[in-house]
Design a protein around this ligand. Structure first.
Ligand code: SF4
Ligand code: SF4
Length: 307
C-alpha cells in the first residue's frame, strides 16, 4: 500500500491534489481512499489531505500516521508544530517540499536521515492569482515519485476531477501537473510500496494516566480572556493585502467590518491599517474594497520589500 499526505494552506488546492492523485491511482488500477482534513478556518489555515492506494482492498481507516510520502506545498508550515507536517516521519519516508532551497539545506535544517526532494516552484507560477495551481504541481510530483502512475492517467484524472471548472482550468492544471511530473523523472519510483500491516500485529497504545484537574486549571489559556491575540495568525499568510492609500476613499467601515479577524483598525484620519501580526491573508478585504485599493502581494515579495 502507498500512504501519502499532502500539507498546505487553505486555498492552495491540497484537497484537489489528493482527489487528482486518488483518481490517477484508480485509473492505474489501484483501490483508493482520499480525504482532506481541515477545520472551520478559511484561506491560509494549515490543512492536510491524505491518499491511500493499494492493489488489494484497503482495510485501514482514519488519518495516515506513518506516511510513505509527505508532500509540503508551503514551506512556511514546516516551522508550525500545529500543522503536523513532520508527524510520523520515519527514516524511509520521502519528504517532498515545494521550495527554492536545496534538499541538503532542508535535510540539515530538519535533522532528517531520510530522503528529501525539493520541487522548485514552476517558472510559470509567479502570478499570485495562480498559486492555487500549486496543488496540481504537487499531485503531478507525487504521481511521479510513486512511479506507478502513467502520464496519461494523471492527465485523465485532472480532466475527470476538474471538468466542471471549464476547459481553460483543466488545461492549466494539466500543464502545471505534467511539468512537475517530468521535472522529477530522476526520482521516479523512489516511494516504496509497503505491505498492509496485518491486524494481528496491532499493538495497543501505551496509555498514560494524567491527573484530572478542574477545567480552569487544565486549560488556563483557553479560559483566559483575550488570549486569541497571542496567536500570531499572520504566520499563516501566503499573500499579503497591501493598501494603496492614494486610491483609498476612507470607507473603512467596509474593509474593517468584513475582515473576519478584526485585523483592520481605522486611524484618526479615517484610513484603514492592517495588523500584519494577525492578518491571515484571506483577502476578503481585497475582494470587498469598492475602490480596488487593496492588492495581493506574495508574502515572499512583500517580505523583501519591507526588509
Ligand atoms: S474598503 Fe477599500 S477604499 Fe474603503 S477604506 Fe477599505 S481599503 Fe480604503
Ligand atoms: S486584513 Fe484582509 S486579508 Fe487580512 S485577515 Fe483581514 S480580511 Fe483577511
Amino acid at each position: 500500500m502507498y500512504r501519502l499526505r499532502f500539507h498546505g494552506r487553505g486555498g492552495q488546492g491540497m484537497k484537489t491534489a489528493s482527489r487528482i492523485l486518488g483518481a490517477a491511482f484508480f485509473l492505474a488500477g489501484f483501490e483508493v481512499q482520499d480525504a482532506p482534513r481541515y477545520g472551520a478556518e478559511r484561506r491560509g489555515a494549515p490543512i492536510f489531505a491524505y491518499v491511500r492506494a493499494s492493489r488489494t482492498p484497503i482495510n485501514e481507516r482514519g488519518i495516515i500516521r506513518r506516511p510513505d510520502l509527505i508532500i509540503v506545498a508551503d514551506e512556511t508550515l514546516v516551522a508550525i508544530p500545529a500543522a503536523g507536517v513532520l508527524a510520523g516521519i520515519t527514516a524511509r519516508t520521502v519528504l517532498l517540499i515545494s521550495s527554492a532551497e536545496t534538499p541538503e539545506v532542508w535535510r540539515q535544517r530538519l535533522n532528517l536521515a531520510g530522503p528529501v526532494i525539493t520541487l522548485p516552484r514552476s517558472g510559470t507560477l509567479t502570478d499570485p492569482h495562480e498559486l492555487r495551481f500549486i496543488g496540481a504541481a504537487c499531485a503531478g510530483a507525487a504521481a511521479r515519485l510513486v512511479g506507478v502512475i502513467p502520464r496519461d492517467c494523471l492527465a485523465q484524472a485532472i480532466r475527470d476531477e476538474l471538468a466542471h471548472l471549464g476547459a481553460a482550468v483543466v488545461a492549466r492544471d494539466q500543464e502545471v501537473a505534467l511539468e512537475a511530473y517530468d521535472l522529477l523523472a530522476e526520482h521516479a519510483g523512489c516511494v516504496a510500496e509497503i505491505p498492509e500491516t496485518p491486524a494481528d500485529t496491532y499493538e495497543k497504545p501505551r496509555w498514560i494516566d494524567l491527573p484530572f484537574d478542574a477545567a480552569n486549571l487544565a486549560a488556563p489559556d483557553i479560559f483566559a480572556p483575550a488570549s486569541s491575540e497571542m496567536v500570531p495568525t499572520g504566520l499563516w499568510r501566503t499573500v499579503r493585502p497591501v493598501i494603496d492609500y492614494e486610491r483609498c476613499r476612507r470607507c473603512a467601515w467596509i474593509c474593517s467590518t468584513l475582515c473576519p479577524d478584526s485585523t483592520i483598525r481605522v486611524n484618526e484620519e479615517g484610513f484603514p491599517q492592517i495588523d500584519y501580526e494577525h492578518c491571515k491573508g484571506c483577502l476578503i478585504c481585497m475582494t470587498s474594497c469598492p475602490s480596488h485599493a487593496i492588492r495581493a502581494v506574495p508574502e515572499e515579495e512583500a517580505g523583501k520589500a519591507t526588509g
